[in-house]
Ligand binder design. Sequence first.
Ligand code: DGL
Length: 249
Amino acid sequence: MIGVYDSGVGGLAVLREIRRLLPAADIVYLADQANVPYGERPLPEIRILALAAVRRLVDLGADTVVVACNTATAAALAELRQAFPAVEIVGMEPAVKPAAATTRNGRIAVLATEATFAAARFEDLVGRYAADAEVIAHPCPGWAAAVEEDWPEAAGDRVAEHLAPLIASGVDTVVLACTHYSFLARPIADAMGPSVTVVDPVDAVARHAARIAPAPGSGRTTYLTTGDPERLAGQVLRLLGLEVTAGRA
Ligand code: DGL
């Protein structure tokens, strides 16, 4: 069974793609919505939350776990792999390498949570893959919570306002490094304009997970949350267009 975990609904974008690639896989989606958003929490706290969530998925029988959350990956991937050596753990990290291959003017912006930027992993990635580029770390406080809540009508305006300094800086490539932002890809692309490439690693991570995933099962998807199951079911309907029932993690 494949476990897919996020602080909330951002990982649903990854789940959708894994499901498309593996129609017969058994998948459990776990949203840690009692603790969302993670992005403004200290890293040690996120580590504890991530260990507990993955423990829950492993107890339910997951042999592959996709940490569909950049923030939890940045804070805890090494600890998760150490704690669960028998489990394949796939993380989600800022797509700095593909962005460095895409940019024409050497100016890249990364959109992520504060915690993702605070972890050592981010600087490592930049040093390894984009040392010759100018990489602007642009946190987007409140965006993950807004996607949880149902982004208001004014999404386009709020996104454009927050991205204005990036537009002025002349970046030609923007990396979505928080899975919640996948659901804002359209307003982000509209705000940045047609000459800017938006890089979203969700599909690449789903393809990687699909390659190493366990044998097919019955094609069942189970939705669990540490928060309110009815609310999660409503969010799955809103974001994926699927009518589901959800349970308590
Ligand atoms: N979806 C998460 C990520 O990819 C984090 C959102 C949050 O809980 O702040 O970083």
